[in-house]
Design a protein around this ligand. Structure first.
Ligand code: SAH
Length: 314
């Protein structure tokens, strides 16, 4: 096992068979080794810099029905809200005053936020603060819509692929969603010149050694600029409400592997990690992550973007 870890550290690549072997055979000793190497590599490339992104959760309405997500349209228990333009701008001011440099507008797929409305918001943010980097995370749209937003000034887009295994994707999503469209969207986003982020759920129902290996292979071939991963956490009112959470240890192990596979990647220690453990951010950073996304949504809606239960709102 240590030999395989050394190969990963040296060559920054793994075959599918090696991914399977590593995911199946890793243990506390190899996890510690990989975390040390991942941290060393991160420090070599980025020094001790941790990058902050101000997260603004603009809407909890969603037309989709993803089985794991508390905001799925059929969840009658989910609190629903949408931010006004002024509330979004005040979130941007908060991020700006804290020197975050980047804002992320994230939300469910809410038709109220039409392409033209989002375009106007992006333009206004860039007009007020041309140096702020605008990141969007608003789900699946047509290439034309991504193009409109890109031309309005959005520079980055986060769209997790959720799982790279087709059967697993179909298991986690309703019939009307497809992995094909998710990947089409990711390719469009990248071709339009966005810095592109993908990522997957750790420990979601239906996950196997094979699906994790598929995720690691996908990251190696897609070579995203950013990768967001976090443990699955059950959400009340969803088909998976009684399932157990993904593991912190497995998430930390995967963060280290991803740092070693993609040395330059922007890799957040995500809120889901901090929700399961009070020092989740610190643990994530020590495993090779280099991004934190503090919540900059207005107080009125804190705790209402309930993609899962007990979400950390700091
Ligand atoms: N609608 C946008 C943003 C979704 S929220 C989009 O489709 O990209 C951001 C991420 O939260 C999702 O991509 C998903 O990976 C994660 N998420 C959703 N439900 C979750 C759960 N129950 N546990 C952990 N993460 C979850």
């Amino acid at each position: 096992m240590i030999k395989l870890c050394e190969k990963l550290c040296r060559e920054h690549s793994l075959t599918h068979e090696e991914c399977v072997r590593l995911v199946r055979g890793h243990n506390p000793e190899t996890d510690y080794f990989l975390a040390q190497q991942a941290l060393k590599l991160r420090q070599l490339i980025f020094g001790d810099t941790v990058f902050y992104r101000g997260l603004i959760e603009i809407s909890s309405f969603c037309k989709n029905d993803c089985k794991y997500c508390g905001l799925r349209r059929s969840n009658k228990l989910a609190p629903r809200y949408r931010l006004s333009e002024e509330e979004i701008f005040s979130g941007v001011e908060k991020a700006y005053s804290l020197n975050y440099g980047t804002v992320v507008l994230q939300g469910g797929e809410d038709a109220f936020f039409s392409p033209e409305y989002v375009e106007r918001i992006v333009k206004e943010i860039k007009r007020r603060h041309p140096e702020i980097v605008v990141t969007l995370s608003l789900g699946e749209h047509s290439r034309d819509v991504y193009k409109l937003w890109r031309e309005a000034g959005a520079q980055r887009y986060l769209l997790r692929h959720e799982t790279a295994n087709k059967e697993h994707y179909d298991f986690l999503h309703p019939k009307e969603m497809s992995q094909e469209n998710r990947l089409r969207a990711l390719n469009d986003i990248r071709e339009l010149g966005y810095m592109t982020g993908c990522g997957f759920l750790v420990g979601a129902p239906g996950e196997s050694v094979e699906t994790i290996a598929d995720n690691l292979m996908f990251l190696q071939s897609f070579k995203p600029d950013m990768v967001g991963i976090g443990p699955f956490i059950p959400a009340t009112g969803t088909p998976f409400e009684n399932e157990s959470s993904g593991s912190i240890k497995e998430t930390l192990f995967l963060l280290s592997v991803i740092r070693l596979l993609l040395p330059n990647v922007y890799l957040p220690a995500t809120t889901a990690l901090a929700t399961l453990s009070s020092d989740g951010y610190e643990q994530g950073l020590r495993a090779g992550a280099n991004v934190i996304m503090p919540n900059c949504s207005p107080e009125r809606v804190l705790g209402k973007y309930t993609i899962y239960d007990g979400k950390n709102i700091s």
